[in-house]
Write a protein that binds this ligand. Structure first.
Ligand SMILES: NC(=O)c1ccc[n+]([C@@H]2O[C@H](COP(=O)([O-])OP(=O)(O)OC[C@H]3O[C@@H](n4cnc5c(N)ncnc54)[C@H](OP(=O)(O)O)[C@@H]3O)[C@@H](O)[C@H]2O)c1
Length: 270
């Protein structure tokens, strides 16, 4: 029987590449997205289902999970991919921006996971793959809230793996470095309070540095999709999977050198 995967945020970037890759490997794919009417036709044409799922709207989580189970008879792998970055000086971010960042990247991911776990327990197996980031293990300036959200995903995932192992449910964290997707364009949210100008020059320089890094080192989304697929089919209990864009070397360096030295390097580079 074909394996079954539900992916969040499949309309573009990493989620879209992952949906295509699982489909190519013969899986039944639920390529969920906020607006299936915009991006869903291509997926449906290829034989995937395209349930509406906004991770901040619990009723769409429930209906997407139900629709997937009705169509495929169950779910074997959940890929929590939906997410975006709020960047800028922390002082310029509005409370609504902070809430939306955590509602999407953290609570959304948790709520989709909670909706799927009863099915995994009932079938005696399942894999949750959380798309975190190198930004979930190290931190750079002007991404404080995005880092906070991805560090939360890391801590959540690391704890959850212990709880779920006895039920034969695997938890995996995929940690991409920079990936060339809509993440740095239409999906990006920037601190919105124009009255705080003290950071303007610093932020501008830092943003230019980030864009330069993405241009130089950014991987294609297909690279991350391949790592997600590898995590999905692995029978091991390995938790973390760095994924392209220089992710492995940065994480290796972070482990190798003392924290204060690492922070000095970041401060000098930023
Ligand atoms: N690109 C990178 O450099 C990079 C690096 C490390 C980690 N990541 C992580 O990779 C994941 C995917 O990002 P990407 O690079 O593929 O960017 P992307 O092309 O902008 O894709 C983001 C996806 O998330 C969806 N999304 C946003 N809010 C949502 C919500 N409330 N409910 C459901 N879907 C929602 C978007 O849907 P819409 O089309 O409706 O907006 C889109 O499908 C994110 O979790 C991101 O943090 C990215």
């Amino acid at each position: 029987m074909a394996q079954r995967v539900l992916i969040t945020g499949a309309s573009s970037g990493i989620g879209k590449a992952a949906a295509s890759l699982f489909h190519e490997h013969g899986w039944n794919v639920a390529a969920t997205m906020r607006n299936p009417e915009n991006a869903g036709a291509d997926f449906a044409q290829k034989g995937m289902i395209v349930p509406k799922l906004d991770v901040t709207q619990p009723e769409t989580i429930a209906s997407a999970v139900d629709e997937t189970i009705s169509a495929f008879g169950g779910i074997d792998v959940l890929v929590n991919n939906a997410g975006y970055a709020l960047v800028g000086p922390f002082e310029t971010m509005t409370p609504e921006q902070l809430e939306r960042q955590f509602a999407t990247n953290v609570l959304g991911l948790m709520n989709v996971t909670r909706a799927v776990l009863p099915h995994f327990r009932a079938q005696g197996a399942g894999t949750v793959i959380n798309v975190s980031s190198v930004a979930g293990r190290v931190a750079f300036p002007f991404m404080s809230v995005y880092h906070g959200s991805k560090w939360a995903v890391e801590g959540f995932s690391e704890s959850l793996q212990y709880e779920l192992r006895r039920f034969n449910i695997r938890v995996k964290v995929v940690e991409p470095g920079p990936v060339k997707t809509d993440f740095y364009d239409r999906s990006l949210d920037v601190g919105a309070d124009p009255s705080v100008t003290a950071y303007d020059a610093l932020f501008k320089a830092s943003e230019a540095g980030l864009r330069n890094t993405v241009d130089r080192m950014g991987a294609l989304p297909e690279v991350t999709a391949r790592v997600i697929y590898r995590a999905a089919v692995a029978r091991s209990w390995r938790l973390r999977y760095p994924a392209g864009g220089g992710a492995a070397p940065i994480l290796w360096l972070r482990r190798l050198i003392p924290e204060r030295l690492f922070q000095t390097i970041v401060r000098m580079a930023a």
